[in-house]
Design a protein around this ligand. Structure first.
Ligand SMILES: *Cc1c(COP(=O)(O)O)cnc(C)c1O
Length: 418
């Protein structure tokens, strides 16, 4: 690929400066950009932001210190970035119908940390989806602050259907009387029954925390049910299906607004990253458009088609399909486990994750359609992806030949069109 036609280099004002000053690092950026352009990005948490989002990220707002909140900062000269943060908050409130939004969380994990800080004391009991079933690290992993500071109880999924065992959720809530119930997952392909979780939380007097890091982008596009009317606090990322910059946010009712804001700053974070907040505002603006709503629906149509064709190729798709952008599947019937499958597929230019499976110890595959759909792929391409993926796993094609097929498929769908 010709370096001179690269999108990054075309922006002479910024990337050109980097290229001249530090070609060693510039070449790393170009190599990563080439990797993204010549392999299939099926990691469920990834997407491609717009140029407008990238422009905000690479802007002089990166140089501004802004501890505190608009109108109440600990630094001078915040009058302009205050406008940016107010705009991000207003757009998010409108987009999600939330009374209050904090857009300062540096990541999804930081948002969850702040939500716990707002609602809980160390040692409190929290009920969340167990890590082997798709709970996030912040849902009680012993390697994470959450598992160290709180007493997590895990609910699970049915080993046969892969669906959340809602009866178990209610039973565990009655037994353990948690201070908070968390719903949300890194790998659950189905919509969550937020009304059910609200009902159980009310019954046992618990807060309901929805960790909607994955589906929040589908919610923004009107393609998935919203947790906002049900949860006391909604934590989310802005960089997954939502297609904004890497970061987090917290949505809640007015009565928790002050506790949530203080839990973010000064309790768990320092200065806000104003370039990221500006980029979040751009992404919220994009997500409010009919084009984005169409995108969110296409993401799901693509995932459903991809899941159906993976199943037709012999993989065992968890829960038999998907409601979202996300699919988990067991490649065992093709004679390979998830861990070695990921490596073989990566060599073939098909990039995805391993994940736990509801049954047994073997690892499965986790994939999502957010990035490919942003590139413009539709259901025809999903069929081609499923066929190629299965062919690689069956050993019917070698890595070099598969990489060529991947490049051919991508010719019409560049992630960074000129
Ligand atoms: C992605 C994710 C997170 C964490 O987001 P980071 O930005 O990586 O910290 C938290 N919870 C869930 C359910 C997620 O899917």
């Amino acid at each position: 690929m010709s370096v001179t036609h690269d999108i990054l280099e075309a922006d002479d004002s910024l990337f050109g400066s980097l290229l001249r000053q530090d070609p060693e690092l510039a070449e790393i950026l170009l190599a990563e950009r080439r990797r993204q352009s010549t392999t299939l990005q099926l990691i469920a948490a990834e997407n491609f932001t717009s140029r407008a989002v990238l422009a905000a990220l690479g802007s002089p707002l990166a140089n501004k210190y802004a501890e505190g909140y608009p109108g109440a900062r600990h630094h001078g000269g915040c009058e302009i970035v205050d406008v940016a943060e107010r705009l991000a908050v207003e757009r998010a409130r409108e987009l999600f119908g939330a009374e209050h939004v904090n857009v300062q969380s540096h990541s999804g994990s930081s948002a969850v940390l702040a939500a716990y800080a707002a609602l809980l004391r160390p040692g409190d009991t929290v009920l969340a989806l167990g890590l082997p079933y798709g709970g996030h690290l912040t849902h009680g992993s012993p390697a994470n602050f959450s598992g160290r500071w709180f007493a997590f109880v895990g609910y699970g999924v049915d080993a046969e259907t892969g669906l959340i065992d809602y009866d178990q959720v209610r039973t565990l809530a009655r037994t353990h009387r948690p201070k908070a119930i968390v719903c949300g997952s890194i790998a659950y392909p189905r919509h969550l029954d937020y009304a059910f979780f609200r009902d159980v939380a009310d019954e046992v007097g618990a807060y309901l925390v929805a960790d909607a890091a994955h589906p929040i982008g589908l919610v923004a596009g009107g393609a998935a049910p919203s947790p906002v009317p049900y949860a006391d606090v909604v934590c989310a990322t802005t960089h997954k299906v939502l297609r904004g910059p890497r970061g987090g946010m917290i949505l809640c009712g007015g009565e928790l607004a002050e506790r949530v804001d203080r839990a973010v700053f000064p309790f768990t974070q320092g200065g806000a990253q104003m370039h990221t907040i500006a980029a979040k505002a751009v992404a919220f603006g994009e997500a409010a458009t009919p084009a984005y709503a169409a995108y969110a629906h296409q993401v799901i149509a693509n995932a459903r088609t991809l899941a159906a064709h993976l199943a037709a190729e012999g993989l065992v798709v968890t829960t038999g399909g998907t409601d979202t952008h996300l699919i988990t599947a067991d490649p065992a019937p093709l004679g390979v486990d998830g861990k070695s499958a990921r490596g073989r597929l990566a060599a073939a230019g098909i990039v995805l994750d391993c994940c736990a499976l509801p049954h047994g110890d073997a690892r499965g595959l986790r994939l999502g359609t957010a990035a490919l759909t942003t590139q413009g792929m539709g259901e025809r391409e999903m069929r081609a992806v499923a066929t190629l993926l299965a062919e690689v796993l069956r050993g019917g094609t070698d890595a070099a030949a598969a990489r060529e097929d991947v490049r051919d498929l991508l010719v019409e769908f560049p992630p960074y069109p000129d």
